[in-house]
Design a protein around this ligand. Structure first.
Ligand SMILES: *Cc1c(COP(=O)(O)O)cnc(C)c1O
Length: 230
């Protein structure tokens, strides 16, 4: 199938670019995980990617995630977009990692639903790293507060942070914003405990993932460079 071949070669290209960025940054390629962002894309393309060795998939809408997961239960499914509290229950049984926790109330609901499903759900806290007003995410003081009473949410494990850089052609601005997330993460390291392990930095998309890797990304969320434009 023509599409399949293309997806396999796109994946090879992205993985090679990840490797190159790691070499440039003096990092091991196995420190960076590729999340294939499959939103709006049909299952046959996603299965082709899975057959080519891609395991982690990211979706930004609950409804789509819920429909796709049973079609490929062996994949690891990530929620990367805004999550409404009343929809947590639909993904709590299976979601691998929620990248987009942007409020304590949301975290509280994830904890509750994780408990109902007898599991611990891994989460990243989404931080606002850009200077644009329209980008949402937590500020440092919000993160500080959440981490300091995380023991109220025993079914949550915080694995790190997610951030989105501004849409700009200025690579230096993008780099500074990714760096901000890494510096923030480093400053919260002191809070690590059995529920808080801040190893993961989810940052970088099709247009900027090499920069993100140079600045310490451990997960890159790449959609259009694998599956084509949406
Ligand atoms: C869509 C999306 C991506 C992937 O974007 P591409 O530019 O297609 O790689 C990454 N992260 C989030 C949060 C997204 O919504």
């Amino acid at each position: 199938m023509a599409d399949g071949v293309e997806i396999q070669s796109n994946l090879e290209k992205i993985n090679k670019k990840i490797e190159d960025a790691c070499v440039k940054a003096g990092r091991n390629a196995d420190e960076v995980k590729l999340i294939a962002v499959s939103k709006t894309k049909p299952m046959d393309l996603i299965r082709e990617a899975f057959k080519a060795g891609q395991v982690d998939f990211g979706e930004n809408r609950v409804q789509e995630l819920r429909e796709k997961h049973p079609e490929l239960p062996d994949g690891q499914w990530h929620l990367i977009g805004t999550l409404q509290r009343n929809k947590v229950k639909y993904i709590a049984p299976f979601v691998h990692l929620i990248h987009s926790v942007d409020s304590e109330k949301l975290l509280q609901e994830i904890d509750k639903q994780a408990g109902k499903n007898d599991r611990v759900i891994d989460c990243l806290l989404q931080m606002n790293i850009s200077d644009e007003d329209n980008k949402h995410g937590l500020g440092e003081s919000d993160v500080e507060a959440i981490l300091s009473h995380i023991d109220q949410y025993p079914n949550i494990r915080i694995k790190g942070f997610m951030g989105m850089a501004e849409f700009t052609d200025d690579a230096e601005i993008v780099r500074q914003q990714f760096r901000r997330l890494r510096i923030a993460r480093d400053s919260f390291r002191a809070k690590e405990n059995s529920q808080i392990q801040l190893d993961e930095l989810s940052m970088g998309m099709s247009g900027d993932f090499p920069i993100a890797i140079e600045e310490g990304a451990t997960m890159v969320r790449v959609g259009s460079a694998i599956f084509g434009i949406r």
